[in-house]
Design a protein. Structure first.
Length: 484
């Protein structure tokens, strides 16, 4: 049931009688998804590349809004389908073909976990002289493993509690920013520079898009008849507020303390008021990072189990989910131990790689859901391992994904490799726009002869579907999502 603490679900469908939660609880969750000092590092990238504060703020706001649109539209899928985010990809990519975006989503989440573990550990190391970063990382990772293993209910309770602490800390840090730093001077000389502007825009957009593969993992527990528009607005507002707020602080601190790490910069800012308040801020940072790691472990394991289940049928249980979280989470924790203390400097490269793998998927998934199939899907067939009406391999989805990814390659721009198109534009990275247009456009082209009516009849005959006014099921024990 939805009110039990230990969750026994992972990739499976959540029945209507197990749905609970409210839009306010979701607002708190999505605000906290980005509420960590790692988000500030994202906002500092433009400043570190030489972009002035005025244009950094513009790039942060525009990039965050752009990326959050995709994230928010995924949110409405959860209550309607009752499924976590990535298993829904089977409708576009096929039961087995979906392993491609599923693998990318799992890697993204556990990659984020590694950076969050280090950020949380670094926060405590800032105010704890002589402490071992490695031991701190182990502590953050193990605590996150416990929260993620218990499941959805504990994650939601933890995020709700910590949200009040983080808002208080952010208000305090914002006041300190304008009291102790010459912020007005930072805005004085505005000079537009395309390459760092696009770097910041892309980083802020990607940071938001990176959340897209996990959105329905949490909105699926909302009541089924809740307004999809309200759910999307809740996701949009919650994540956008924390992202813009913290990223702008990160941009300011990168200018104020150019030689300090992001975590150290927040510590230096708080120390202006009181060393005791610095300790409190760092403790809050630790807790927020712990929660973020738990979310990453939870959703990463769901994506992994969904991929495996596409090839070998098994029933979702608490034990299986716990084993997956423990095994994969432990690998991420160990990996964090081998990273150098300045590993956050690699975060910009990680963000760039994220967009390359996630943009084609989100383009195909949203185009299919809102334009091609218009939200009419068979949950029963998505959960089948024999392919069901969606088959083993979704030709249109896979081709569109691959084409979008390949089209992006010339526009890649990272410290590792710069594509010829990006070089011609001074290192500016337009790959996200190219991937979106190519994948979405090609998917529409390949599905132009899609027989919506024929599939509607198959979906209507499925025991569990998303048709709001479904025909009466042949058995009184069988129901539909939209009708009873």
């Amino acid at each position: 049931m939805a009110n039990q603490l230990l969750e026994d679900r992972s990739f499976d469908y959540v029945p209507p009688d197990e749905r609970t939660g409210s839009l306010w609880s979701q607002t708190q969750l999505w605000f906290m998804i980005n509420a960590s000092f790692l988000t500030a590092f994202t906002g500092a990238l433009g400043s570190l590349a030489g972009l002035d504060l005025t244009w950094s703020v513009v790039a942060i706001v525009l990039g965050s809004v752009f990326g959050t649109f995709f994230q928010a539209f995924h949110g409405a899928q959860g209550p309607r389908m009752g499924l976590p985010q990535m298993i829904q990809s089977r409708a576009q990519f096929g039961t087995r073909g979906a392993v491609l975006p599923l693998a990318a989503a799992a890697l993204v989440q556990f990659g984020f976990a590694i950076f969050y573990v280090q950020t949380g550990a670094s926060s405590i190391k800032e105010v704890s002289a002589g402490s071992s970063l490695g031991l701190m990382q182990l502590g953050v990772g193990i605590a996150a493993l416990v929260v993620a293993t218990v499941g959805y209910q504990l994650v939601m309770r933890a995020e709700k509690t910590v949200s009040y602490l983080m808002v208080a800390a952010l208000i305090f840090l914002t006041v300190c920013t304008f009291v102790y730093l010459p912020v007005s001077n930072y805005f004085a000389n505005a000079e537009f520079r395309l390459t760092p502007f696009l770097l910041q825009f892309g980083a802020s957009a990607t940071f938001q898009i990176a959340v897209a593969p996990v959105v329905s993992d949490y909105t699926r527990y909302l009541p089924e008849r809740i307004s999809g528009a309200k759910v999307s607005a809740t996701v949009f507002g919650g994540t956008l507020l924390s992202a813009i707020w913290i990223e702008i602080l990160g941009a300011i601190l990168a200018i104020a303390y150019p030689g300090a790490s992001t975590v150290s910069a927040f510590g230096l800012l708080a120390r202006n008021a009181s060393s005791g308040l610095e300790v409190i801020v760092m403790v809050v940072s630790l807790i927020t990072c712990l929660n973020a790691v738990a979310v990453a472990f939870y959703s990463g394991s769901v994506a992994f189990l969904t991929a495996v289940e596409g090839f070998r049928r098994f029933r979702s249980t608490f034990r299986i989910r716990a084993q997956a979280i423990l095994a994969l989470g432990s690998i991420a924790i160990v990996a964090s131990l081998f990273l150098p203390e300045n590993a956050l400097n690699s975060f910009s490269v990680f963000l760039a790689i994220l967009v390359y793998f996630l943009i084609p998927w989100t383009a195909v998934n949203l185009t299919d859901y809102y334009v091609v199939r218009r939200g009419i899907l068979s949950i029963t067939d998505i959960l089948k391992t024999d392919g069901g009406i969606y088959g083993f391999w979704g030709r249109s989805g896979l081709i569109s994904y691959a084409a979008g990814f390949l089209a992006m390659i010339p526009f890649f721009s990272t410290t590792v490799w710069v594509g010829p198109a990006a070089k011609a534009m001074g290192g500016a990275d337009f790959s996200f726009a190219v991937g979106l247009l190519v994948s979405a456009g090609l998917y529409l082209l390949l599905t132009r002869n899609f027989d919506r009516q024929a599939e509607y009849e198959l979906v209507a005959a499925a025991p569990i579907n998303t048709i709001e006014e479904a025909p009466v099921a042949p058995s009184p024990a069988v129901s539909t999502i939209g009708g009873r």
